[in-house]
Design a protein around this ligand. Structure first.
Ligand code: NAP
Length: 245
């Protein structure tokens, strides 16, 4: 059996997920980084190894429930444990409600919310076997406060909060915690698509007057994955420069 605790991080190839992979590896976990693009995952894992950490890449489309469940089972079996699950991978398909297609709604819900349900259901068994675990779901301020043009995305992120609070109640007695981190606007590929005018307008609504960086989200995940958060469950930690108070 592995000595290192094992963390499974979806969306680990770039942005917030890559920062989480690097941070948890620095914290001493063996990190399994998951995304569709194997090349980018390998780059992140190579960076981790260069820095003295331990990580492996696993290419998987998390919108494929069978593939995702199979990947988690395989990792738990290979390492004899699964200690931390971070449901981070997410997509946007923005549009105003009157023009939003069913497909845009379904894709976002499947990738952002249903995958987390499938991953939690699968990961809970190995966590119960080792008598503990940490589940961390990356929600969004859009899930807490809503956002025009993002009905699908906000619904998926609010859904993650309800899912997390329910799972927290179900699994608390098994020493498994389940919490959300709700980022505000963070500089990644996801927000790079916004034009400068929108970015400036958004910054005007952020009390700290700047976007966050991925490492600031990874720091909150590190707390929730580590020993210091042993009595914290069912919570939403907003890391958003003060947007939601
Ligand atoms: P990003 O830069 O777009 O990265 C998304 C990650 O998810 C990539 O690693 C991507 O890899 C992976 N991914 C997407 N669809 C996938 C699928 N079907 N199967 C497996 N992996 C998939 O996004 P980010 O900005 O880092 O955001 C990370 C999380 O934080 C998301 O859940 C997002 O909603 C949330 N968030 C972000 C912000 C922000 O301002 N950036 C704010 C609030 C919340 P592949 O494309 O290779 O699969």
């Amino acid at each position: 059996m592995d000595q290192k605790k094992v963390a499974f991080v979806t969306g680990g190839s770039r942005g917030i997920g890559a920062a989480i992979v690097r941070r948890l590896a620095k914290d001493g976990f063996h990190v399994v980084a998951v995304a569709r693009s194997a090349d980018k995952l390998s780059e992140v894992c190579a960076q981790v190894k260069d820095a003295g950490g331990s990580a492996e890449a696993l290419a998987c489309d998390i919108a494929d429930s069978q593939a995702l469940a199979g990947a988690i089972e395989k990792i738990a079996e290979a390492h004899g444990r699964l200690d931390v699950l971070v449901n981070n991978a997410g997509i946007t398909r923005d549009g105003l409600i009157l023009r939003m297609e069913d497909e845009d709604f379904d894709q976002v819900i499947n990738t952002n919310l249903k995958s987390a349900f499938v991953a939690i259901r699968t990961a809970a068994r190995p966590m119960m076997r080792t008598k503990g675990g940490r589940i961390i779901n990356i929600s969004s301020v859009a899930g807490v406060a809503g956002n025009a043009g993002q009905a699908n995305y906000a619904a998926s992120k609010a859904g993650l909060i309800g899912l997390s609070k329910s799972v927290a109640k179900e699994l608390a007695g098994k020493n498994i915690t389940c919490n959300c981190v709700a980022p505000g606007f963070i500089t990644t590929d996801m927000t790079d698509v916004l034009n400068d005018q929108i970015k400036d307008t958004v910054k005007g609504h952020i009390p700290m007057k700047r976007f966050g960086v991925p490492d600031e989200i990874a720091a909150a995940v590190s707390f929730l994955a580590g020993a210091d958060s042993s009595y914290v469950t069912g919570q939403v930690i907003c890391v958003d420069g003060g947007m939601v108070m």
